[in-house]
Design a protein around this ligand. Structure first.
Ligand code: HEC
Ligand code: HEC
Length: 268
């Protein structure tokens, strides 16, 4: 049997040692930049990609539906913000999925070169048409989008934060989000309808769930917990709570909204 004994004071000593080191506040907030961006790096990155990633993401990185490896050629990544985020996904993988990552043994250079290769595949930024300024006005006004969506700290929590949605979604995908919200709803945005013994109902977003409890946020952003073993029953819906705007906004208004949403990016 293997036992480790830790002296009771060693943790305290460690804490003090850490606290004594001056903390580089500025360095903490800054994400590392990719130092390997030459054409040779693209080529090296392509070679590593072909050897280690193409079985799951396809020879041309356009995805492999058979194993669920997503398209990596669009320049838009659902799971990674910026180059540093992409670096982390490629090195560390994504917990609980087939995406294992290269691991800590890989060199930083080889990971950055794959980032450079994937960036080289991205089509040049498209011009979404429309007026971003008009879209911003619709977002806060007639469209009533801010009721559910946060942009740079303003707005509601009943839908995803859209502050950098232009990094995640292409203009075509944004148009589809507006006219057909049910087409793609991540589990985070599924809803639950709880029905009580007297027939009363509470509907809301499923914030979290464990063996015993559902936590639900209702339309007024109140958080409520429900026991799975009481006399309430529950129904789960995978449809979006976002209304579709095919009929209530004109094509021009949607184009303006898409222009606005597409302009929402992190600082380069
Ligand atoms: C065994 C199959 C497999 C291998 C090998 C693999 N991946 Fe993945 N990868 C996946 C799957 C599945 C996902 C989707 C995970 C999820 O989000 O559910 C994924 C997701 C990703 C994402 C996130 C995509 C997004 O939209 O944010 C990136 C980036 C990625 N992989 C890059 C790579 C690179 C680069 C390699 C090679 C070093 C690699 N993968 C190797 C299966 C694989
Ligand atoms: C009643 C709340 C509600 C309203 C109002 C609403 N949305 Fe949404 N929206 C959501 C929810 C919930 C989701 C996530 C589920 C989904 O993808 O449909 C979402 C998803 C989105 C997405 C996809 C975001 C991503 O990260 O993939 C976009 C873009 C979007 N909404 C834009 C808008 C715009 C623009 C308006 C106004 C015209 C609007 N929404 C109005 C609730 C709302």
């Amino acid at each position: 049997m293997h036992r480790t004994t830790i002296a009771p004071w060693s943790g305290i000593a460690l804490l003090m040692a850490v606290a004594a080191v001056p903390w580089p506040a500025a360095a903490r907030a800054q994400e590392p930049e990719n130092p390997f961006t030459s054409r040779i790096d693209v080529r090296m990155g392509r070679q590593s990609y072909q050897a280690q990633c193409s079985t799951c993401h396809g020879i041309n990185a356009t995805g492999n539906p058979e194993v669920g490896g997503p398209d990596l050629s669009t320049g838009r990544f659902q799971r990674a913000d910026g180059d540093a985020g992409l670096f982390r996904v490629i090195r560390d993988g994504i917990d609980g999925t087939a995406m294992i990552g290269l691991g800590a043994d890989s060199t930083e250079q080889s990971v950055w070169q794959i980032v450079t290769f994937l960036r080289s595949l991205a089509p040049a930024a498209v011009d979404p048409g429309g007026s971003a300024a008009a879209g911003a006005a619709l977002f806060a006004g007639k469209g009533d989008c801010a009721r559910c969506h946060m942009v740079n700290g303003d707005g509601g929590r009943l839908g995803p934060d859209l502050s950098s949605v232009g990094d995640r979604r292409t203009p075509a995908e944004l148009e589809s989000d507006l006219v057909d919200p049910d087409a793609r709803v991540l589990p985070r945005w599924w809803t639950i309808t709880a029905t009580g013994p007297g027939g009363e109902t509470v509907e809301g977003l499923r914030m979290s769930e464990d063996t015993f409890t559902y936590r639900i946020m209702d339309a007024d952003e109140n958080l409520r917990a429900f026991s799975k073993y009481g006399d309430w029953s529950y129904e789960r819906t995978q449809a979006s709570t976002m209304p579709g705007y095919a009929a209530t906004l004109t094509a021009q208004e949607r184009t303006d909204l898409v222009a606005y949403l597409y302009s929402l990016r992190r600082e380069p």
